[in-house]
Design a protein around this ligand. Structure first.
Ligand SMILES: C[S@@+](CC[C@H](N)C(=O)[O-])C[C@H]1O[C@@H](n2cnc3c(N)ncnc32)[C@H](O)[C@@H]1O
Length: 336
């Protein structure tokens, strides 16, 4: 696995180029070395034609990838190479592991449980996951090992988050995204978060910044867990959180504008016209977009800004893979 060595000022541009050419290895972590940055790349001849210095260096896997690799190598004792290809990534939420098991591995459930318990001896529950359903975006789970529960306490970004996967949406893979937003927010801002769930975004931002957050959530169970989470983290929070139980489409029109609006929009819901008028300086709008539609998505936001008589700059960031060629994206909209 080669690494591309570039000066730190050039790193972002080089990373974008590698990504565009399909030569960036997102499973590994870039590494800073003084004035230089080493970018993880995939092998092949093309990498040598870009004019960068290329080192024969294996940069470390990102932690979640490393864990996955650990599971894979443990299971190599029991599963065939062909079966291992069907193994999916999994999540650990508190002491609960959730994994998707495709039909090709149906007969290997016990081995997968054995492997997960060896990688994570602290686990108390292992569940297989189905799909998100309904407007509250709750996944369908079935417990395949351990205690009969899907509630737990998850730790991320310095906060404790009580979750109940059978009652409310929670996605641990957004940890990095929540940290990114917390770093963008400035002390003193007023932040509005519709579709707030059990409050992961609000808690992480309030942990780092002295801000006033108003959050809105319709699912009563998620709302109750969110209130518990505010109490649980009270001592650690620099910011304040006001949590409203209600329908964002009814509540937001009654609220004043905020410096920043963060919309972790449920899939299939169009909340652009709802959230944009409430954002005075920034809107972070999440959606699921096919890679061929990203330019059209950006244009739609720009047009919506114009319709409201506002100037805006829009940057669309891919946050995670959703399905082949479709990404969860965040439009960072700076309003003039
Ligand atoms: C994709 S989840 C995001 C939750 C949370 N922000 C997180 O990242 O864990 C969307 C959330 O919006 C909530 N929701 C759906 N429709 C809503 C509405 N009309 N008003 C307020 N919340 C709503 C769902 O219950 C769910 O918790």
């Amino acid at each position: 696995m080669p690494a591309v060595k570039v000066r730190k000022e050039e790193a972002e541009r080089a990373k974008r180029l590698l990504k565009r050419l399909g030569l960036y290895d997102g499973r590994r972590r870039p590494k800073r070395e003084g004035e230089w940055v080493l970018l993880p790349a995939v092998g092949g001849d093309a990498i040598g034609t870009l004019g960068y210095e290329v080192l024969p260096l294996e940069l470390p896997l990102r932690p979640e990838r490393q864990l996955y690799k650990n599971l894979e190598s443990i299971l190599a004792e029991r599963l065939s190479e062909d079966e291992l290809k069907h193994l999916r990534r999994y999540d650990v939420i508190g002491d609960v592991a959730v994994i998707q098991i495709p039909p090709e591995l149906e007969h290997r459930v016990d081995d997968i449980v054995w492997g997960l318990r060896r990688v994570h001896p602290f686990l108390r529950v292992i569940a297989r996951k189905g799909f998100h359903e309904g407007k509250f975006r709750i996944r369908d789970y079935s417990i395949i090992w351990g205690e009969e529960r899907l509630n737990t306490v998850h730790r991320e970004n310095g906060v404790e988050i009580a979750v109940d996967l059978s009652k409310a949406f929670f996605n641990p893979r957004m940890k990095g995204e929540r940290y990114r937003l917390a770093q963008l927010v400035k002390d003193g801002e007023r932040v509005l978060i519709p579709f707030a769930g059990v409050l992961p975004y609000a808690l992480v931002i309030a942990r780092y910044r002295r801000v006033k957050i108003t959050a809105v959530e319709l699912n009563r169970d998620a709302y109750e867990l969110g209130l518990e989470n505010v109490r649980r983290n009270e001592r650690k929070l620099r910011g304040e959180i006001e949590f409203i139980h209600g329908d964002a489409f009814k509540v937001l029109p009654e609220l004043p504008g905020h410096d920043r609006v963060i919309s972790p929009t449920p899939r299939g819901v169009d909340a652009l016209a709802l959230t944009l008028p409430k954002a005075e300086r920034w809107l972070h709008y999440y959606d699921f977009v096919h890679e061929d539609e990203i330019a059209a998505f950006r244009r739609r936001i720009t047009e919506e800004c114009r319709r409201l008589g506002r100037e805006c700059e829009v940057r669309v960031k891919k946050v995670s893979d959703f399905k082949p060629h479709v990404f969860k994206v965040c439009a960072d909209v700076k309003l003039g």
